[in-house]
Write a protein that binds this ligand. Structure first.
Ligand code: KG4
Ligand code: ZN
Length: 345
């Protein structure tokens, strides 16, 4: 089954073709991402109306380009998957409108995918994928969640952030120290030059039981440290390193607890912050110590992309799930409400 995947929930237009029945990474026939970062940079964050308009401009050319790269035409497609939520409503409607219209014109089924399920399943596109049950850490710009994955489509929320998401904390902290939007990757790069231990920030909510997170206090600690410092380049890098270490440690401590709670030794990491090198190394170390595995998608499939939507959609289409023809999106959507998937790849 060849499925076109369309992602337009925020500031990336992502398109991909996933073909089922091919081993490991071969299933991903083509994927392209157009990032709107430059468009939003001067505003310091995503402007929803500009995002929607840019998706309108870029989506059809990107679909043509992706199909060409896969050596296919629309006639080869057996289904269309798109991000139905959560996300910016106008941006979601662009993808949903195009996907449903295309599916209707081609007389193939369309399926709306939960963006976070897309992230969560992305590591399963890699070679030697993990089999549920496992624990997933979802760390993106909008979400920080620990999820028990009992089966594909059966998700139990173990813990989540009470305020800022991990990626949001990276972005806001970077902005405070004068780095351009989106600051997460830039802050991480800067931290590479930082001195370990010059700044030590709290590991929030690790001194009590539980699997929830809170990152807004950490952000304030960084703000105070930066404000009271000499604000030199080296200090900026040292603070970046202190902040990154605090976030990575906090996520790692909670992941260990979640593995204990779920009785598992397999942790799957997904979402934009999953591209962070230090987080990847730390979780790999923890999993190895337990005799288990830490599974990540390649960095380009950690951040928003159409491949994860094509893949998650293919699993659901194969299980016989699809939508009725009207165009509908779900800007706020609880992943635990999803129907299970009987797998047959
Ligand atoms: O999953 P994603 O692409 O979009 C959402 O669904 O939110 O995640 C984007 C987030 C941003 O906050 C970005 O700063 C963060 O992921 N991010 C990183 C890194 N790469 C992306 N944070 C820390 N280190 C990185 N290397
Ligand atoms: Zn995302």
């Amino acid at each position: 089954m060849k499925v076109l995947g369309i992602e337009t929930s925020c500031d990336e237009t992502g398109v991909a073709v996933y073909e089922t029945g091919l081993a490991g990474t071969a299933g991903l026939r083509a994927h392209t991402v157009y990032s709107q970062i430059a468009l939003h940079a001067e505003y310091g964050g995503v402007v929803p109306e500009l995002a929607s308009r840019d998706h309108v401009r870029k989506l059809l050319p990107l679909i043509r380009q992706t199909l060409a790269e896969a050596g296919m035409t629309t006639a080869d497609l057996d289904g269309v998957a798109y991000t139905a939520g959560p996300g910016l409503v106008g941006a979601l409607l662009v993808g949903a409108g195009v996907a449903r219209s295309l599916a209707w014109a081609l007389d193939v089924p369309a399926v709306g995918v939960h963006h976070m399920e897309g992230h969560l399943l992305a590591p399963l596109m890699e070679d030697d994928p993990p089999e549920p049950p496992f624990v997933a850490l979802l760390v993106s710009g909008g979400h920080t969640q620990l999820v028990a994955v009992d089966a594909i489509g059966r998700y139990r929320l173990l813990g989540e952030t009470l305020d800022d998401a991990a990626g949001e904390a990276f972005d806001k902290t970077a902005k405070m120290m004068g780095l351009p939007y989106p600051g997460g990757p830039q802050l991480a790069a800067l931290a590479e030059q930082g001195t370990v231990g010059r700044f030590r920030f709290a590991r929030p909510m690790t001194d009590r039981p539980g699997l929830d997170f809170s990152f807004s206090g950490l952000k304030t600690q960084v703000l105070l440290a930066w404000r009271d410092s000499d604000q030199s380049e080296q200090t900026r890098a040292d603070i970046a390193r202190g902040f990154e270490d605090a976030v990575v440690d906090t996520l790692a401590i909670k992941c260990e607890r979640a593995l204990d709670a779920a009785g598992s030794d397999v942790i799957v990491i997904a979402g934009g912050v999953g591209a962070n090198k230090r987080l990847r190394a730390k979780l790999q170390e923890i999993a190895a110590k337990r005799g288990g595995r830490a599974c990540f998608p390649r960095p380009s499939l950690c951040t928003d992309n159409g491949a994860m939507i094509a893949f998650a959609g293919a699993l659901r289409l194969q299980a016989g799930q699809h939508e009725t023809p009207e165009v509908k999106v779900v800007p706020r959507w609880d992943m635990a409400a999803l129907p299970p998937v009987i797998r047959n790849l």
